[in-house]
Design a protein around this ligand. Structure first.
Ligand code: NAD
Length: 271
């Protein structure tokens, strides 16, 4: 429970310019957090990674969060593959806002469209570098700041996994490998954090209406992303705000009970 007299809690969110990461920034600010919003803002540039054939966020998209929440959100253009830059972003959070209480690793890319045996090795490397090493780097940059901060008992690390973290998805074996690895990373991190008060959890969304899902539809030659609704018992796409609400609970002090778990936010995808 946080009271009005407590100092504001502080979060670092990666993949913050678009989709689920952006919705997470909104809800955390509404709940009283100060936020360092991190995104690579690679747009349509080659630095997105081999095989990424859709546009990532632009600098304007990330910086608009600062204008929307002056003094409450600071933007940092950082690629999660760059461990040193991420460490600097974590330090920036502490220098600017005085502490770090939560980290949300939402940055990722999707690459696929082929069976394993026809998938270029470079595509697998992109997925491992961004979706796995990026989450690892985020944990390495933020967890030490939580352990040495004023309230380790209230500190939370939250990684975005996927329904692909627990089952195989057609023509998305590399993404499936990467998201299973995120699940393993969170479980290993939770084990390392034993008794410290800092906790780690993964959130696994189902099909959520974002640009990544649009890109996934392209990989399957689907005309409409709504076609993904049929794989969820809810029979509709999820909204980024719905996933962000789950992530925000994971970031709360009460979220401690979820330590080490994989929170299924799939609307029944995996039921
Ligand atoms: N949308 C879905 O249906 C869905 C389903 C399951 C899991 N997820 C997961 O949820 C998370 C968010 O997905 P989304 O749908 O919001 O995606 P999105 O593509 O809408 O947003 C991802 C953000 O990450 C940023 N990003 C990409 N590579 C980066 C890098 N190297 N460094 C820093 N930032 C980078 C992009 O610029 C973008 O702003 C991802 O981890 C994704 O795998 C999404």
């Amino acid at each position: 429970m946080t009271t009005e007299t407590d100092p504001p809690r502080v979060a670092l969110v990666t993949g913050a310019a678009k989709g689920i990461g952006r919705a997470t920034v909104h809800i955390l600010v509404q709940q009283g957090f100060r936020v360092v919003a991190v995104d690579s803002c690679a747009g349509s540039g080659t630095e997105r990674g081999e095989g990424v054939d859709y546009a990532l966020a632009t600098p304007d998209q990330l910086l608009s969060l600062e204008s929307e929440y002056p003094g409450l959100v600071h933007a940092q253009i950082v690629d999660v593959r760059d461990a040193r830059a991420l460490a600097a972003a974590g330090k920036f959070a502490v220098d600017e806002f005085g502490r770090l209480d939560a980290a949300v690793a939402a940055a990722a890319v999707i690459v696929g469209g082929y069976p394993v045996w026809e998938t270029p090795e470079s595509h697998l490397h992109t997925l491992l570098d961004v979706d796995v090493v990026g989450v690892w780097n985020t944990a390495s940059a933020t967890v030490p700041l939580m352990l040495t901060g004023p309230d380790p008992q209230g500190c939370r690390f939250v990684a975005l996994a996927s329904a692909a973290g627990t089952r195989g998805l057609f023509h998305l074996a590399g993404y499936t490998v990467a998201k299973h690895a995120v699940v393993g990373l969170v479980r290993g991190l939770a084990a390392d954090l034993i008794g410290t008060g800092v906790t780690a959890v993964a959130v696994s969304p189902g099909s959520t209406d974002t640009d990544m899902l649009q890109a996934t539809a392209g990989l399957y030659d689907l005309d409409q992303i709504n076609e993904f609704s049929s794989s969820q018992l809810l029979r509709r796409l999820l909204r980024p705000e719905e996933i962000a609400a789950t992530i925000a609970f994971c970031c709360s002090k009460e979220g401690a009970v979820l330590n080490g778990s994989i929170v299924d936010a799939s609307g029944g995808f995996t039921a």
